[in-house]
Design a protein. Structure first.
Length: 442
């Protein structure tokens, strides 16, 4: 159905009549819900594996219209029809405040990251944020240099991913909370039980800005969590492959594969194997499992702007899936999270579960769901998880990370979070599970 809400960023509300799209079979359509209550039930309590649940007009229904940072909203609404327009409209002063990744698509069906040369980095980044190799201003300058040298085509589609503040700031809705996410509000702020979910990572949530032909290449996330996405403006094709294809489609099509229309016969065959293929419209909000192979492609005129938050609902299947992160059976190896980061994430989950269950007035249904999640984590988790719970039971657990270093490089999250790895996969990984226990999803 065509979007009905008012445009937020001055971008088109309709696709051109002859826009080339992916074929979508009836059995590949996403689940569509029409009320906030339906969406919140799916988001907070239901499993997301092999599903994509869309709330049309969710930006308005969930109070997210003012979610974009003012600098970005003004730049987009001021006549920007491409990512280059947006970068120019932001200007160097505003761009210095952001960090991001920048991609170009000079070659059909391939994504390539634009990186600031090491020689351009400065050791005193606090005094020269423009020299930070992931600052948006430095990436913009590098883009211009590479275009002048012919390394990037002047008309190549561009994609800004994981846009955040350079440094932590006080969240507009909670001054006690320090975050790098640049959004003013999130689904986290509207979901009734968000603070009690086993995991809800919004402190590092990123914004993604693209144009026709740009998008997220085929991948799985670095952790087997779910993503809730918000699409403020523009159109995006989204494909999600079934859990049974979690290794095969990545091995065959390749990590980072982009499916540019018109499709080749081989690309059509790959997309025909997808569990879900959806056209995400302006104003849509949707949730899906980031642990399954997925890809997205911006289509239509103008800009597409969206953001993602990573979440694990109060659901035993979702908790079981999380516990399979960085395991050979479940998780495609070239997209594993750093081991220390995953250990810290598991610590956060244990802390959240324990804190929530200590609340005497906690909703009875939620309490039961969280207790079940604790049981799954104790029984299905790796040795580190089991040690965490044993220490918790003895009341002697020590947190390795009592507070975050504000200067640490931000960890990737959300739908575009897996970094480039060697063909053999990341090195120095611990063995988390030799094989899938009977409780684990197969």
């Amino acid at each position: 159905d065509a979007p009905t809400q008012n445009c937020i960023c001055g971008q088109p509300l309709r696709l051109p009549a002859k826009e080339l799209l992916w074929p979508i079979r009836e059995d590949q359509q996403p689940e569509v819900v029409h009320t906030v209550d339906e969406f919140m039930e799916a988001l907070q309590f239901q499993p997301h594996l092999d599903r994509a649940v869309v709330l049309r007009n969710g930006i308005e229904l969930l109070g997210q219209s003012g979610g974009l940072p003012e600098q970005l909203r003004r730049a987009a609404a001021g006549g920007s029809k491409s990512v280059r327009d947006l970068l120019d409209a932001l200007g160097p002063e505003a761009s210095k405040r952001f960090r991001a990744r920048l991609w170009h698509y000079s070659q059909r069906s391939k994504e390539k990251e634009i990186k600031v040369p090491k020689s351009s980095s400065s050791p005193s980044k606090e005094n020269a944020p423009e020299a930070d190799k992931k600052s948006l201003v430095a990436l913009h300058k590098t883009l211009q240099t590479q275009e002048a040298e012919g390394a990037v085509k002047s008309d190549a589609a561009l994609y800004i991913s994981e846009l955040r503040w350079q440094r932590k700031v006080r969240h507009p809705l909670n001054p006690k909370e320090r975050v790098k996410t640049a959004t003013n509000c999130d689904i986290y702020d509207r979901a009734p039980w968000s603070r009690h979910m086993p995991l809800w990572e919004r402190s590092e949530g990123g914004i993604f800005v693209g144009e026709r032909g740009a998008g997220s290449g085929l991948h799985v996330d670095q952790c087997l969590w779910s993503n809730v996405g918000r699409n403020w403006c523009g159109f995006k094709l989204f494909a999600l492959w079934p859990w049974s294809e979690r290794h095969a489609i990545l091995d065959e099509a390749g990590k980072g594969a982009i499916f540019h229309p018109p499709l080749t016969q081989k690309e059509e065959s790959f997309l025909s194997r997808a569990k879900t293929v959806a056209l995400i419209c302006p104003g849509d909000v949707w949730v899906f499992s980031g642990g399954q192979p997925h890809t997205a492609l911006c289509v239509g005129d103008g800009l597409n702007i969206c953001a993602y938050e990573s979440v694990v609902p109060a659901n035993v299947e979702a908790m079981s899936l999380l516990c399979q992160s960085n395991t050979r059976h479940a998780h495609w190896r070239n997209c594993w999270m750093d081991d220390d980061d995953l250990d810290e994430l598991f610590e956060d989950v244990v802390d959240t579960l324990q804190r929530s269950l200590r609340e005497p007035c906690l909703d009875a249904r939620l309490r039961k769901s969280l207790q079940d999640c604790c049981k799954v984590m104790r029984e299905c988790g790796d040795s580190f998880c089991k040690d965490l719970w044993a220490q918790e039971d003895r009341n002697e657990r020590y947190r390795r990370r009592e507070e975050e270093d504000e200067e640490d490089a931000s960890k990737s999250s959300g739908a575009d979070s897996c970094e480039e790895k060697s063909p053999q996969g990341p090195c120095n990984k611990k063995l988390r599970l030799d094989e899938a226990p009977s409780q684990i999803i197969d």
